[in-house]
Design a protein around this ligand. Structure first.
Ligand code: PMV
Length: 321
């Protein structure tokens, strides 16, 4: 096979962000916005990249030099994933990678993790290396850590396995959970930088270990309760736990006035619960809703200045097209 096309989904954090970086579980879902990658074998030992959505055109680098030194932002993940794959499974032939994105990277749906997931699945297929989902995850997570330095890998797990997952870093537990619930997603219009927020929480932890560890502990317990409520179909409890999770995130200092007002608007319009989703500072909020309240919650979030993102949860994991 000389050419394969793969795709992987974006993600939304449901409960447990930040504490998951420090060993607690979280629940994440894949969403139906996907990142596609087409891989073609080349006779020459080079990596060529075409990634129009991040302004990369006609990029070419010898395989021996990829993934090191200065790299354009738009090729970093691709270069490092291909480098680590070829270190583990050496190959003669080079590669041309073309990406196609259905979602704008600014929305915080995890374009980097979807890129990594689509690539590892595509690489295993085109170079005919048989790898389990866990091996694909481990390889991809190594690349993400090499580039970002911090992160739990929850987003990559969602991109590789799909569905909704109970996740413990670094892939210690990855188990599917129900997706029988409805979310409304509101985007703040503010792009947040995940690494900066994770480091800010790390600093707080260093200065005030007792208080911050207690918050992580409480978030961990809340995630366990949420998982139980989810399998029992107890949406009222799930909503209440999302509200409590938001209080902990506020204590960690990662919410923002705009997130707070979108969350408040969703609750007042009848959402069972609402919270920020992801690192905080901006990006998205989510509201758990029953069908008859969906329209009112969407309207309230829009009126409060949020942009409604139409996404479906529980999307398929990374796959060859
Ligand atoms: O900002 P996002 O959607 O990538 O979510 C970050 C979630 C954190 O728990 C803060 C970081 C992580 O890697 O788990």
């Amino acid at each position: 096979m000389n050419k394969v096309t793969s795709s992987a989904p974006g993600k939304l954090m449901i409960v447990g962000e930040h504490a998951v970086v420090h060993g607690k579980p979280c629940i994440v879902t894949a969403v139906n916005q996907r990142l596609g990658a087409t891989l073609e074998l080349l006779d020459k030992p080079v990596l060529e990249v075409e990634a129009p959505e991040v302004d990369i055109h006609d990029y070419s680098r010898p395989l021996t030099e990829i993934g090191q030194g200065e790299m354009p932002k738009g090729t970093r993940f691709i270069e490092v994933v291909v480098k680590l794959f070829l270190q583990a499974y050496p190959q003669q032939q080079g590669l041309r990678v073309t990406t196609q994105s259905q979602f704008q990277s600014t929305f915080g749906f995890g374009s980097s993790s979807a890129t990594v997931a689509a690539l590892v699945v595509g690489l295993a297929k085109i170079y005919e290396v048989s790898l389990s989902e866990k091996e694909l995850f481990d390889l991809g997570f190594k690349a993400i850590l090499e580039i970002q330095g911090v992160g739990s890998g929850f987003d990559l797990a969602a991109a590789i396995y799909g569905g909704a997952l109970y996740f413990v870093t670094p892939g210690k537990t990855i188990e599917p959970v129900e997706t029988s619930f409805q979310l409304v997603v509101g985007y703040t219009g503010v792009k947040a930088d995940t690494s900066t927020l994770v480091r800010m929480v790390n600093d707080k932890l260093a200065h005030n270990p007792e208080e911050i560890n207690a918050i992580f502990e409480d978030i961990g317990k809340l995630v366990e309760e949420f998982r139980q409520a989810l399998s029992a179909g107890d949406f009222a409890t799930m909503g209440r736990l999302m509200n409590t999770n938001q209080e902990y995130l506020e204590k960690l200092g990662v919410s923002s006035p705009l997130l707070d007002s979108l969350i408040q608007a969703a609750r007042q319009a009848g959402a069972l619960g609402a919270k920020l989703s992801g690192a905080g500072g901006g990006d998205c909020m989510i509201a758990l809703v029953e069908s008859d309240k969906t329209a009112a919650v969407k309207e309230a979030i829009s009126k409060a200045g949020g942009q409604i993102m139409e996404v479906e949860i529980g999307a398929h994991g990374a796959k060859i097209q």
